[in-house]
Unconditional design. Sequence first.
Length: 192
Amino acid sequence: MRKRIDRAMGLNSKLFVSFFKIGGFTIGGGFAMIPLMQREVVEKHGWLDEKEFIDILAVAQSSPGIFAVNMATYVGKKIGGAGGAFMAVLGNIMPSLVSILAIAMFFRSFRENQVIEHIFMGVRPAVVALIAAPAFKMAKSLDIGWNNFWIPIVGAVLISFMGVSPIYVILGAGLGGFIYGWIKRRMKGGEK
């Protein structure tokens, strides 16, 4: 029993440290954390394989709530149960909480500071790259090719330029995938 508790404590502390790093070095919101999380969870620790990571990514994005917290919750729960989920979420939100408290305390003193404004102007394009890099990596692992590359492009256009809610895009893509799978099964059943 003691060994089991020690093992759980060790795993939970690893989850906390990993998600603390992810939360601490993520600038630009939940999507910017994807490459860091993929490196920690899939490549470094091997807690999930690439397909599981992408599945959890899809569920976290389509679930209500904060994307980063959803990811930490799902990964932590899968790896360490309820305790793992708690430690992953705590690790993930702790750097932001400390940063926000510090900024709130000193905001008035550097609100008009040109240096700070220029730093943020430089960080914004880097955040775009942090979001684009895992998108291309995921597209590769999901076998998105010439026959289905139009799906994410249409989804992006609908959301960005036409103002369609991401919820409708997700529901439409899910329904389209269901119908496609159903038709494909019917056609295979008809061949026999």
